[in-house]
Design a protein around this ligand. Structure first.
Ligand code: SF4
Length: 448
């Protein structure tokens, strides 16, 4: 029997587990952050943030902009002066966009990205995108979405961006053969690995959203079967459902097991026989298992606590508990999308404490009381927790790093191992040096 099939869940895991719902103060980055990985993926797109100086500073420091490079994102700063007359603000925006597109003929897709300052909220960016889209089509497609920090968590920026793309995807012919659409930004190297595995399994018609080039938008229709590569794409999935596409339920491709089950869902849907699946995925699974084995000794048995931040928490908790034997103290997630996470919840050990939403003070109290070996949290919480003696991992790093697929399973484990190794080294370095016993003095006395 396939090693993948053999590890089908025996119980219903956490599907019916109680969830602590928190609705208090939150501590998260805003959706603008998604631009950092999205602009690398869609190589001829430009992200124009319509925002404040704060937004510009966030992006500049988060993305480490090099001033001598031609950037593919920027901020049109709206200030108090613009608030006086919205007509002027629209004119100013048109002027900025015109200047940008005249100077940069390489831009084929322009996203106007909204933010949360009140001056910006008053601007109707969808109308601005329509107006500018008519003017610059067919050279440039102009779209808009919001990366605002109000009521969002940072990965919702990607969801909003991809959801804005869905209405402009071409319609697939009704008699087109079934096509697999992988949805969610993957590093190019990961995308290439998955494309090769699908090809070797005999699934020839595979597309990715977002594409690498603006002119390469995949067609979508009732013959589209889509697999989510990221767990935070609720709006995008809803928009795809609205275009008639069919969602393929699967766990997410983290670790050896997650990747196998994710690929298996596609193999089943496209009628790939089990022996072909085994032949194609076996070597990758073996590499992943070998890479993970060396981290099991350092991570196995360690207790981990997840603050709600990236929406990757539940799939990562499943990976860490099932493949590295880590113990889950609390798994918090900003949103618990039961439909998309059903396969993950099935695999999560029964009895795991789950929470949805955030009330940061209460959660900090629970974290400190639990005293985990490792806390996964946002940047804002990391330093205070470290000061309290806890070891932390920045959740955002897990989104920036290629972690999906067999060949990245070891790198994913390394991300959790590294802070623990650093803490152990620091503890060694700060230990007082043993006092050398004076000649003739007994060792025991010197230590006392
Ligand atoms: S969108 Fe809002 S939260 Fe994000 S940087 Fe701009 S002002 Fe700050």
């Amino acid at each position: 029997m396939s090693p993948v099939i053999a590890i089908k869940p025996a119980s219903s895991g956490c599907v019916t587990a109680p969830v602590l719902h928190e609705r208090g103060q939150r501590e998260v980055f805003c959706g603008l952050t998604g631009i950092i990985w999205l602009h690398r993926k869609i190589q001829d797109a430009f992200f124009l943030i319509v925002g404040s100086r704060t937004c510009a500073h966030l992006m500049q420091s988060a993305a480490g902009v090099m001033i001598f490079a031609e950037p593919r994102f920027g901020t049109a700063i709206i200030d108090d002066r613009d608030l006086a007359g919205l007509a002027d603000a629209n004119e100013e925006l048109d002027r900025v966009v015109t200047r940008l597109l005249e100077r940069r003929p390489d831009i084929k897709m322009l996203f106007l990205v909204g933010s949360c300052p009140s001056e910006v909220i008053k601007l109707d960016l969808s109308r601005a995108a329509q107006r500018l889209g008519q003017r610059f089509w067919p050279q440039v497609r102009v779209l808009n979405y919001s990366g605002s920090g109000i009521e969002t968590t940072f990965t919702q920026g990607e969801d909003a961006c991809l959801a804005s793309l869905v209405p402009v995807l071409p319609a697939a012919a009704p008699d087109a053969p079934p096509e697999l659409l992988v949805v969610g930004t993957l590093a190019d190297i990961v995308e290439d690995q998955f494309a090769r595995l699908f090809r070797e399994m005999g699934i020839e018609r595979v597309r990715f959203l977002p594409p690498r080039r603006a002119g390469d938008l995949p067609a979508v229709g009732p013959n589209t079967i889509y697999l989510l590569a990221q767990p935070f794409l609720a709006d995008t999935a809803r928009a795809l459902d609205g275009r008639g596409a069919r969602h393929l339920p699967a766990p997410f491709p983290f670790g050896s097991e997650g990747t196998s089950r994710w690929l298996l869902a596609a193999a089943d849907a496209f009628g790939v026989d089990l022996s072909t699946f085994e032949r194609v995925t076996g070597p990758g699974r073996e590499r992943a298992n070998k890479a993970l084995a060396k981290y099991r000794a350092s991570l196995g048995g360690k207790r981990i606590f997840f603050f709600p931040d990236s929406q990757l928490e539940i799939p990562l908790a499943r990976f860490l508990s099932r493949e590295l034997q880590m113990r889950l103290t609390e798994v918090g997630t900003p949103f618990l999308h039961r439909q998309h996470l059903h396969e993950e919840l099935l695999l999560l050990p029964a009895g795991t404490t789950l929470s949805e939403g955030q009330d940061v003070d209460r959660q900090l109290d629970r974290c400190l009381a639990a005293a985990p070996d490792l806390a996964v949290c946002g940047l804002g919480l990391a330093n205070p927790l470290e000061a309290q003696g806890l070891t932390t991992k920045w959740a955002i790093e897990l989104v920036f790093t290629p972690i999906q697929g067999y060949d990245q399973a070891g790198d994913l484990a390394e991300l959790f191992h590294r802070p623990l190794a650093r803490r152990a080294k620091l503890a060694l370095a700060t230990q007082p040096a043993p006092v050398a016993p004076a000649v003739g003095e007994p060792m025991l006395q010197a230590r006392a």
